[in-house]
Ligand binder design. Structure first.
Ligand code: FAD
Length: 399
């Protein structure tokens, strides 16, 4: 029997491979890079663990629950909440479901109105039901305005927090996706593995037969039953699952993507001498080119060497340099910003696919008899990438 060829060993391709392996179907998983994981990758620099772009593992995602051994990832979680900027200092706003007193501090500070508190409670109530991530045409920003969240609560909490999830400053993604993520944050935890976010795909790959994975091998041509590799060799396939990122899939299928099909971001890392009194939560920076910063090593201590802390800074302004970040954050951090020493930055021009930008690509793959997989086939998240991989394998099993 010819193998199913899976192109791309990101989380989508790995899930497809795991599902085929479970059903004893021969497969070949090919990736252009020398490692698995695609956008889920970590580097180790000067004793620090740096994820290539700020990201977290939502432990409540159904596919995460189903396919990962969370225990052996040795996860540590963000505290549910965030630091909000209150005139000249930071206010720790802990999830009111876990610490109701936090609500009163936020109300007293004026960052939140009584109506905002009521609307949050109403949101919490509607997220008790099943929330479909892609059910609405309305943008998140339009939804927040229609519901009547106050401008200050939007600028000090909702926009920097969800802007950092969507990587969209204008909160353009669908309101249904906002409600879906809200549910994940309220019901699950946002966690990081001890050895970096890249430990997740490594765990998946470890359960697959090593001789079925070929790394450092780019696919240059694809059809329903054959792929051509960069060295000119061809591999015949029972089925082909195209699980690359959207740009690579478009190139292989000869589709031109619209400008603006991706959200971009930059993550900058700084090291500072260890400090004891900062909670493992994001500092949300209002009305700024920086969305948020976090003492990452207070979430996952294994990310920094002893005596040091690791700070991550997330911006959507990809032109920002480390010096710009220090200038921008000086009023929020105070004189201790002098201790921030720049470590490394990661620019991710195609970090997340824009919902709805890939219809032509999907049609072209369907017409060519190629099974398409990847986060861009659904919505930008590990959940969607993993689900699409599993479903791609299932469709090969049925065919
Ligand atoms: C900065 C950032 C923050 C994020 N934050 C979160 C978060 O907090 N929570 C969350 O759930 N998700 C988050 N995500 C999204 C999540 O990382 C992605 O949805 C997921 O990793 C996508 O997996 P994938 O398999 O679809 O694609 P990818 O990871 O892009 O994998 C595609 C693979 O295809 C390979 N490939 C491409 N072309 C070829 C070719 N011609 N031949 C062979 N191989 C090829 C690539 O090398 C790559 O390994 C974030 C992403 C980024 C970048």
């Amino acid at each position: 029997m010819k193998p199913v060829v899976i192109i791309g060993a990101g989380m989508a391709g790995l899930l497809a491979a795991a599902q085929l392996h479970l059903n004893q179907i021969p497969f070949l998983l090919v990736d252009a890079q020398n490692q698995v994981g695609g956008r889920l990758y970590s580097e180790h620099v000067k004793g620090f663990t740096l994820d290539v772009g700020f990201q977290v593992l939502q432990t409540n995602y159904p596919e995460v629950q189903r396919s990962l051994d969370l225990h052996s990832l040795d996860l540590a979680a963000f505290e549910s909440g965030a630091y909000l900027w209150n005139n000249e200092s930071w206010l720790a706003f802990v999830n009111p479901l876990k610490q109701p007193g936090s609500l009163f501090s936020a109300l007293a500070s004026g960052i939140m109105t009584v109506k905002d508190a009521y609307l949050l409670a109403r949101l919490w109530f509607i997220t008790q039901a099943d929330v479909q991530p892609l059910g609405s045409q309305e943008s998140t920003q339009d939804f927040l305005n229609r519901w009547g969240f106050s401008p200050k609560f939007q600028s000090h909490f909702l926009r920097p927090f969800f802007g950092g999830i969507f990587l969209s400053a204008g909160l353009n993604p669908p309101a249904s996706l906002f409600r879906y993520y809200m549910k994940q944050f309220l019901e699950g935890t946002a966690a990081i593995p001890a050895t970096g976010i890249g430990a997740i795909p490594l765990q998946m790959a470890a359960s697959l037969p090593a001789d079925s994975i070929r790394l450092g091998t780019q696919v240059t041509q694809v059809s329903a039953n054959q792929v051509t590799l960069s060295d000119g060799a061809t591999v015949d396939a029972e089925h082909v699952i195209l699980a690359t990122d959207a740009s690579a899939a478009a190139k292989l299928l000869g589709v031109s993507l619209e400008k603006g099909a991706f959200w971009s971001t930059k993550t900058l890392y700084f090291q500072v001498p260890a400090s004891a009194d900062v909670k493992p939560m994001l500092h949300l920076v209002p009305n700024s080119r920086v969305l948020h910063y976090a003492y990452f090593s207070h979430v996952q201590p294994a990310y920094a060497p002893k005596g040091m802390d690791l700070i991550s800074v997330t911006t959507l302004d990809v032109s920002m340099q480390s010096a710009d970040v220090l200038t921008e954050l000086a009023p929020f951090v105070g004189p201790s910003i002098q201790n921030w020493a720049f470590l490394k930055e990661y620019l991710l021009p195609e970090a997340l696919p824009v919902v709805g930008a890939f219809d032509e690509l999907k049609q072209k793959a369907a017409d060519a008899g190629i099974v398409l997989s990847g986060d861009f086939t659904g919505f930008p998240s590990l959940q969607s990438a993993m689900q699409s991989g599993r479903e791609a394998a299932e469709s090969c099993l049925k065919a």
